[in-house]
Design a protein around this ligand. Structure first.
Ligand code: UDP
Length: 193
């Protein structure tokens, strides 16, 4: 479903390479609502879409951290597939604000939180190149199996119930993210001396 709303039941491959990740998110929601029913527990469920920002792990394999770290190191950015797949990238401070608002509300159904601005992976690569290092090249690698073609949240529910929407545009959020990774890499270099 695109853009994805909270009514979507999640059609995933339950035996594929991403299955333990996809299914674990579904199971977490199932258990949460069982606890609500069985023990009368108050629950909140956030469906977090792609998020980036300071304090990401440099090596966790996410596209934003990979591209930024590669560009800072002057090595080619690894684009999987032809880079035409899309994602929407939410800056961490926006996400945290949404989570706090949900926790302080009395809304217990699932809530999408993410940035509805949609970019291709190639557009992200171009932006990181331009902001960090225009000299750096792109290298195309195979697309991982079951990699979603498009992903964008429908955030109408968050807008109407939490009066929330992301405020930080991609380039504005990339700037402190890049500064963060630049510092981390400089620290690593110091340690290696
Ligand atoms: N991706 C890429 N190069 C990388 C890492 C990821 O082209 O070095 C692509 C990946 O195939 C996917 C998108 O970027 O299409 C987002 O990947 P990520 O792992 O950040 O998030 P998710 O796949 O969970 O949306």
């Amino acid at each position: 479903m695109h853009p994805q709303s909270e009514d979507y039941w999640g059609n995933v491959n339950c035996t594929g390479i991403r299955a333990c990740y996809d299914e674990s998110k579904r199971l977490a929601e199932t258990l949460t609502y069982d606890f609500e029913r069985q023990y009368g527990l108050e629950v909140r469920v956030v469906r977090i879409f792609n998020t980036y920002g300071e304090r990401m792990q440099a090596n966790d394999g996410r596209v934003v951290s990979n591209f930024v770290v590669q560009a800072l190191q002057g090595i080619p950015l690894t684009v999987y597939g032809d880079g035409s797949q899309t994602r929407s990238f939410c800056y961490v401070a926006d996400l945290v604000e949404g989570i706090i608002r949900l926790m302080n509300s009395d809304y217990s159904q699932p809530m999408n939180l993410g940035n509805p601005g949609e970019y291709t992976v190639l557009e992200l690569a171009d932006t990181v190149q331009r902001l960090v290092n225009p000299e750096v090249n792109l290298v195309f690698q195979p697309l991982p199996k079951d990699d979603p073609r498009r992903r964008r949240p429908n955030i109408d529910r968050a807008k109407s119930i939490l009066h929330w929407q992301p405020l930080v545009p991609l380039e504005e959020g990339l700037s402190p993210t890049i500064a963060y990774f630049r510092d981390r890499l400089a620290e690593d270099e110091q340690l290696a001396k």
